[in-house]
Write a protein that binds this ligand. Structure first.
Ligand SMILES: [Cu+2]
Length: 471
């Protein structure tokens, strides 16, 4: 009879789930859970007296960091205290479709007032992300609009650890509302004004967007959380996650620069130093900042409105006091090419065109999205791909929106973004620019259903999805 410790050491020696006998998995499932996630209503006080009612994991926003070890199976138990079925998605992790937390992949839901447990083998190492994958549609309290998100840190077997400390920062916007105006002034209008504008614009429903009234980093609006206290000379590793439902963001820390070491948790082929971090929805950046500019600073959004709404955190050097300072950064183009090794990609096995179009408004006037002329339907048969073959996905964005494009259960490589070579960069989500093009290579390693979608929640809920079957 194997003890739990025997079982864990056995699985560490093996290289992954494929080598685990089902009896061993069953034994682990009987053991006390390693990870407990409780889905329930929560109140998040982003600033004194400013309380957001939402749904969260373990009553915290973001959820307490889940620290897992690469290849070491974890027994996960999820309980759901809410009245609706939920889907808990392990973003950026190579897990079987049954536990990936996507309805389209026929994953098991966490039933309303019910429980789901399974064994998760965390891989690959790096900054991962757990979040709700529920459809939201017109309910702006669900899915990624909610507080159901958190970091998953999958520790590598060997971590060189060239830094003094690490800080996890997760951004999020709150109090979403529907608008037909992309301008920022909207945020300062009364609900009545917005309603009037919405009614006046029924003829142009394809311009609906989501806007927000407040924002936070680690669940606190700028100036209302504990400052991050540093010492001169510290090398601080920041793990940044954009846990927004819909917004791409740009962040900077005046007087400091970021040496980017990983994108979406995957070490970059070439480290580069930048003064602005840009993150599409669900993207992660790991970057080291050398603390060489004593003072009290705002690490925050480059967008004044967004920062005023709370998108920022205070960095405070030892023995420094006073109001935190903000300075607009020197403009700099963020582009993935900065981190590419620059090599030419190998010849692909097959090319997969992916043409993105905004189509006629659908239900209740919301815009619809199509890939290759087809808005996703659950009746569509999945596109079959062969395992271990190099597929080159050629994207063309025929819309004026930025789209954070995500493949579940996979790690792909960028090849080209617009005209720029970006080879060698491992990602699970990448941003395609307005009217832009992109090529990525994906060599599927996991069989079964794989969902591709735009991670902008409104787009995803409006047909911007495609299902693949890896055989
Ligand atoms: Cu999109």
């Amino acid at each position: 009879m194997l003890t739990r410790r025997d079982l864990l050491s056995l699985t560490v020696k093996a290289s992954g789930a494929a080598f685990l006998a089902s009896s061993h998995l069953a034994a682990l499932e009987d053991a006390e859970p390693d990870v407990k996630l409780h889905i329930g209503l929560a109140k998040v006080e982003i600033a004194p007296g400013k309380v957001i009612d939402t749904t969260a994991y373990n009553a915290a926003v973001p959820a307490p960091i889940l620290r897992l070890r690469e290849g070491v199976p974890a027994h996960v138990e999820i309980t759901n205290d809410t009245d609706v079925d939920e889907y808990v998605h392990w973003h950026g992790m190579l897990v079987p479709a049954t536990i990936d937390g996507a309805m389209e992949e026929k994953s098991k839901p966490v039933p309303a007032h019910g429980k789901l447990s399974y064994v998760l083998v965390p891989q690959p190492a790096g900054s991962r992300y757990v979040h709700s994958h529920a459809m939201a549609g017109h309910d702006l309290t669900r899915g990624t609009y909610s507080g159901q998100f958190g970091f998953v840190h999958v520790a590598a077997r060997h971590d060189p650890g060239n830094y003094d400390r690490e800080i996890f920062l997760a951004t999020h916007e709150w109090e979403p509302y529907v608008t037909n105006d992309e301008s920022d002034e909207e945020a300062f209008e009364t609900p009545e004004q917005q309603q009037r504008e919405r009614e006046a614009s029924r003829l142009e429903p394809d311009h609906y967007e989501i806007a927000y009234r407040s924002a936070s980093i680690n669940g606190r609006a700028l100036g209302h959380g504990e400052p991050i206290r540093v010492k001169e000379g510290d090398h601080v590793l920041f793990h940044v996650l954009n846990a927004s439902a819909t917004e791409n963001i740009r962040l900077s820390l005046p007087g400091h620069s970021f040496r980017v070491i990983a994108l979406d948790g995957n070490p970059v082929p070439k480290q580069a130093t930048v003064n602005i971090l840009e993150l599409g929805v669900s993207e992660r950046i790991d970057a080291i900042v050398e603390m060489r500019n004593p003072g009290v600073w705002i690490f925050g959004s480059n967008d004044d409105v967004n920062r005023d709404q709370g998108m920022g955190v205070v960095i405070e050097y030892a023995d420094k006091t006073g109001a935190p300072a903000w300075r607009d950064p020197v403009e700099q183009d963020w582009n993935y090419g900065l981190f590419s090794g620059g090599a030419q990609p190998p010849k692909e096995y097959a090319r997969v065109p992916m043409v993105i179009d905004r189509t006629m408004p659908g239900l209740k006037g919301f815009e619809q999205w199509a890939i290759n002329g087809r808005t996703f339907s659950e009746e569509d048969p999945p596109t079959v791909l062969e395992r271990d073959k190099r597929y080159r996905f050629a994207f063309r964005n025929n819309s004026d929106d930025w789209h954070p494009l995500h493949f579940h259960r996979s790690r792909f490589e960028l090849v080209r973004i617009n005209d720029q070579i970006a080879t060698g960069i491992g990602k699970d989500t990448f941003v395609i620019t307005p009217f832009g093009t992109a090529e990525i290579d994906w060599i599927p390693t996991e069989t079964g259903l794989v969902l591709f979608h735009c991670h902008q929640q409104l787009h995803m809920d409006s047909g911007f999805k495609r299902l693949f079957q890896v055989v």
